[in-house]
Design a protein around this ligand. Sequence first.
Ligand code: RIB
Length: 309
Amino acid sequence: MTVVTVGSVNQDVVARVDRIPGPGETVLGSSLSRSGGGKGANQAVAARRAGGADVAFVGAVGTDADGAILRASLERDGIDVSGLAELAGPSGTALIAVDEIAENTVVVVPGANAALARLTDAQRAVVERSRVLLTQLEVPVSLVQDAAAARPDGAWHVHNAAPSGPFVLAADDLLPGIDVLIVNEHEALEIAGVSDRVAAVSALSQRVRALVVTLGRQGSLAVVGGETVAVPAHAVHAVDTTGAGDTFCGVFAARLAMSGTRPEDVHADLLADAARWGAAASAISVTRPGAQDAVPHATEVARLREESE
Ligand code: RIB
């Protein structure tokens, strides 16, 4: 039951501000913190803390001090980092501003994340053990394609099309091989090239085996074939939404791995169940600051689900 996440790992440098500055504007921040981030690493942490699945992370850090810190942090979570390469140069860094209403802006300087165009032999060996391969696009498209081709028969490919810009450019190559595409509403509209949610869901669901659309406070939709199941969101007070989508994806992938179901047997209720766990974990994560720091453990998520039923 191994979830293998192939993707980015960043050192997040987070400033709290009253409001996000506009172009050319300077604002004073109230605090500065550093913590583990990157969409791929955040999703690996979420999958691991979901309990019940072994998790491996495949990506790259640099030879700077941040690289060692980021590796050690993933190891502390019990994540297999035998596929984490060390490449000459800096690690990825994300400069994040979070305001009073939990909105953020993020500037990612990819560093080592951008330098890994193909899997190394060690990384390929990790991907070949996957039951669920979980990817995003803060790394080169070619790395995601390489990983998708290397996964064993019967393993799922769950792809979170974030950021959506690079996905749009490679959509024709990527879409046919994806078992579950996870997108937020903005990403769905951009990838489908339409301005209406219903049209986007209809268009995308015909191009992948299954589709999950996250809709923030409106919950999410799990779509397989002609069937759609709506999953409600939990009402919480958000302080920082950074990494909330990553938490959803990681927990979703772990629940899929735990189900033991093969991709060809996917059905909407299976996706909706995984999405309910993802939604609960994500809801808890936004009540805390940080990306990986905010990811809850399985017991907390189960408690929230019990309280909400
Ligand atoms: O999705 C949140 C993540 O995006 C942050 O942790 C930051 O590193 C950027 O990659």
